[in-house]
Design a protein around this ligand. Structure first.
Ligand code: C2E
Ligand code: CA
Ligand code: CA
Length: 263
């Protein structure tokens, strides 16, 4: 049996990885606004290896640099093709791991992916977790500023689960906070979670940050989050991560939008 990192590397060479796309909705209007790209590794026995089972190893071996580049290039091209084919404004969110965020060629890699795909940098959100942002927070601010100067959006993923400093939150040049699904799961049964979500929302809005609520699985959760004033949501209630052909079929079935430049 080959070592795991060798199997990962072979899987990329043989084109085995897939990207699934999970819809992100505007909670206030109900419109589809974009998607998050999530990596998958289908196996020969028709099972699917979830990212939690290979991203940590890819990260520790350094292979995440190649895999992450493939995810970014492929998803940028795919979303640009959907924008052109369906005349819709769609934003793409891509996860950046710790190693990617600190890699010397991060900006070159993103610039190339945008150039080759033709995707507008304003249609790309880069997601980093609190842990990544807070590790060497001063250096992180510099990297984030550079990413912002390229025109991309920046999201803080899994917000509330890590160790977040409110003073840094104020200084990080972020656009979006993604409230972790652990706070959404027990709404409306858990009054504490509801209070936490309301408080995070008030704080985020005071800092001019938009919110994406993650892990929305029920109508009641969606209603509560919408009434809190949260702008965006993703979760199984709106749509599971879908293979590209299923995501495209969903986009194609939506009512037509006004042309992009007048929308
Ligand atoms: P994440 O970035 O927090 O992604 C959201 C995860 O929540 C996804 O798990 C998604 O399938 C799952 N999810 C979405 N809606 C719901 C829901 O309503 N209920 C529940 N229980 N779960 C929901 P997934 O796809 O297994 O990905 C797990 C993690 O792996 C991601 O968490 C992300 O940290 C990482 N990951 C995935 N793809 C990539 C990638 O291309 N690059 C990097 N660096 N990390 C990735
Ligand atoms: Ca994410
Ligand atoms: Ca998340």
């Amino acid at each position: 049996m080959l070592p795991f990192h060798q199997r990962l590397s072979n899987a990329l060479s043989y084109g085995e990885f897939r990207i699934y796309y999970q819809p992100v909705m505007n909670l206030q209007t109900g419109d589809l606004v974009g998607m998050e790209a999530l990596c998958r590794w289908p196996q020969r026995d028709n099972t699917m290896t979830a990212p939690d089972q290979f991203i940590p190893q890819a990260e520790s071996s350094g292979f995440i640099i190649q895999l992450g580049e493939w995810v970014l290039r492929t998803s940028c091209k795919q979303v640009k093709a959907w924008q052109d084919a369906h005349g819709r404004k769609l934003r793409l969110a891509v996860n950046l791991s710790s190693r990617q965020f600190l890699h010397h060629n991060l900006f070159g890699m993103i610039t190339d992916a945008l150039k080759q795909s033709g995707l507008d940098p304003q249609d790309l959100d880069l997601e980093i977790t609190e842990g990544v942002a807070m590790h060497n927070a001063e250096d992180s601010i510099g990297v984030m500023r550079q990413l912002k100067s390229m025109g991309c959006g920046l999201s803080l993923d899994d917000f509330g689960t890590g160790y977040s400093s409110l003073s840094y939150l104020k200084r990080f040049p972020l656009d979006l906070l993604k409230i972790d699904k652990s706070f959404v799961r027990d709404i409306p049964a858990d009054a504490n979670d509801m209070a936490i979500v309301s408080a995070i929302t008030a704080m985020a809005h005071a800092l001019n940050l938009e919110i994406v609520a993650e892990g929305v699985e029920t109508q009641a959760q969606g209603d509560f989050l919408r009434d809190c004033g949260i702008s965006y949501a993703q979760g199984y209630f709106f749509g599971r991560p879908l293979p590209e052909e299923d995501f495209e079929a969903m986009v194609a079935a939506l009512p037509k939008q006004a042309p992009r430049n007048t929308a």
